[in-house]
Design a protein around this ligand. Structure first.
Ligand code: SAM
Length: 271
């Protein structure tokens, strides 16, 4: 079982390709028009030892930490965050914490594919993995609801627009698409309030924006069982995401200790 999950983590992150020297980070086809313009300009500048872009050299360390965006891997989140998902699920199962597992913001599906694999490896047949996404990228910022998203540009990233069919296909590749996987399609503000989820043991947030983080917390945190886990992927990298978490915790009086996963992500256990 351990070997299966370790191998899966390597393949879902493309770490196996780095080891073989075949790894490809995101190419220009997936970039926004601004980046398409900036990348060649930056190349010119670098000839004179100047730079305006952050450079991440593909490496095992970068992919383990999930700090680059892979061209073809099923997940961008890296090894440490997959280890954290496995840890949380194993704790939940060992402690008999009631409820399903969900990720809000699945992209190509790697993290939810891995959740399903961990359940299978532990012969868990009474929990569902929910995959919630628009399956068409991020929403335009709606300042009338959340001014904190003002100027957010995530909706311009074509690469974040992955269809439901593609995610289902990715599950099938690993032989993990079955009735323990359910999809919730739509903007979180519309799809999560009426989602047919009874209870949750794991709530993984990876929607980047204030709106996406807050809408998931407001609608799903009340369904999270005591002893269950909340994981926030973008806590240290996207200011608006962190703000949403802090606002929600303050409003709800949540004092549970925030624990680091890697430089970008955190989690806490609901008491
Ligand atoms: C950074 S990606 C998620 C990465 C993924 N968890 C992984 O394992 O690689 C963000 C995803 O969140 C989705 N998303 C963000 N905000 C959303 C919203 N408000 N409603 C629906 N989907 C949203 C996007 O469509 C995108 O697929």
């Amino acid at each position: 079982m351990e070997l299966y999950l370790d191998l899966l983590k390597k393949v879902l992150t493309d770490l196996h390709r780095i080891e073989k020297g075949e790894y490809k980070p995101l190419t220009q086809s997936g970039l926004s028009w601004k980046q398409k313009f900036l990348v060649p300009f930056d190349k010119l500048l670098r000839r004179n030892n100047y730079s305006i872009c952050k450079h991440i050299v593909p490496s095992i360390a970068a992919r383990s930490a999930g700090i680059d965006w892979p061209a073809s891997a099923e997940t961008m989140i890296g090894l440490k965050r997959l280890d954290n998902i496995q840890f949380c699920i194993e704790q939940i199962v060992a402690n008999g914490v009631k409820g399903d597992l969900i990720e809000t913001g699945v992209w190509r599906g790697g993290a939810v594919i891995f959740m399903r694999a961990v359940l299978k490896a532990h012969h868990v047949t009474d929990r569902v993995v929910w995959a919630a996404d628009s399956f068409e990228g991020l929403p335009k910022p709606d300042e009338s609801r959340y001014v904190q998203d003002k100027g957010d540009t995530h909706h311009r990233y074509e690469i974040l627009n992955v269809s439901l069919d593609e995610v289902k296909y990715n599950f099938k590749k690993y032989d993990l698409l079955d009735d323990q996987v359910k999809f919730i399609k739509g903007w979180f503000k519309d799809s999560l309030p009426g989602a047919p989820i009874k209870s949750l043991a794991l709530l993984r947030l990876d929607g980047d924006m204030y709106e996406s983080t807050m809408d998931a917390l407001v609608n799903l945190y009340p369904k999270l069982s005591r002893g269950g886990y909340v994981i926030v992927d973008d806590f240290n990298t996207v200011k608006a995401c962190r703000l949403a978490v802090e606002d929600f915790r303050t409003k709800q009086g949540i004092k549970d200790e925030i624990m680091p996963i890697d430089n970008e992500s955190i989690y806490w256990k609901k008491s």
